[in-house]
Design a binder for this molecule. Structure first.
Ligand code: G3P
Ligand code: MG
Length: 239
């Protein structure tokens, strides 16, 4: 069986509410090699872990994340929407998340709000043992992060459009990885990444058949909502 680096996408998000500590603990339990999580900024400048710009889909709050203070955000229920069993599961701050996970597995912090970038870099100074990769669809933000932190591991995300242009940006940023949407992966894309010595981690892949196809093309790992399901087929390269 081929080893494969598995990032739990928003934690073990088929089993538990995405981007919560319970989903992250589950990812650890089932042997994920890394966890991907999404970062926004509260009104008072605190990085918090949630995917959407607004609160409605995954919490009992209303309106933009950025218009609420961090204390208020921490009182929200981010579990009930997924299953009543998870009622009361809070919306985590990035600091709480790093306190739980730093040093235990790799963390891919996907920065959703361009204002959050420098706050994340400042917070990471308190977690020197954290193995982190920061990623974003916003290449301007990645360039600002690179200027602020010359050695910070950065990854370029791509969800549509021209992968050649994305790779030019990745090279200029000295990115450590390329994170394309899974259906964009092709043999020419993989050949170009090999030439740049740029590991490829596609998202989001939940079936062994799709994962096998991508492994054959040479991906270094992938993002899955179901790390428990895929781990049974692909041993960990980090165990
Ligand atoms: O980081 C990979 C993936 O999470 C990007 O898309 O919308 O799931 O955050 P999204
Ligand atoms: Mg994400």
């Amino acid at each position: 069986m081929r080893e494969l680096f598995l990032y739990a996408h928003r934690g073990a998000s088929v089993e538990a509410p995405e981007n919560t500590l319970v989903a992250f603990r589950r990812a650890l339990e089932v042997g994920a090699d890394g966890i991907e999580l999404d970062v926004h900024l509260s009104a008072d400048g605190v990085p918090v872990v949630i995917h959407d710009e607004t609160l409605e889909r995954t919490t009992d709050g209303v309106g933009p994340v950025a218009s609420h203070g961090s204390e208020e955000l921490q009182t929200l229920d981010a579990g009930f929407w997924f299953d009543p069993h998870f009622a009361g599961e809070p919306l985590p701050t990035l600091e709480e998340t790093l306190s739980l996970l730093a040093g235990r597995l790799r963390l891919n912090l996907e920065v959703k709000d361009s204002r959050a970038g420098l706050a994340v870099v400042a917070l990471l100074r308190h977690f020197p043992t954290a193995d982190v990769v920061l990623s974003s669809f916003d290449y301007g933000l990645l360039a600002r992060l690179r200027r602020a932190a010359p050695d910070l591991p950065l990854a370029v995300l791509l969800d549509a459009g021209n992968w050649q242009r994305a790779l030019v940006r990745a090279e200029a940023l000295r990115a450590c990885a390329f994170h394309p949407r899974a259906d964009l992966v092709s043999r020419p894309l993989m050949a170009a990444c090999r030439r740049l010595q740029l590991p490829v981690f596609p998202w989001t892949v939940d079936t062994p058949a799709q994962a096998r196809g991508l492994v054959r093309m040479g991906v270094a790992g992938l993002f899955t909502n179901d790390p428990a399901g895929l781990r049974g087929f692909f041993p960990s390269p980090t165990a």
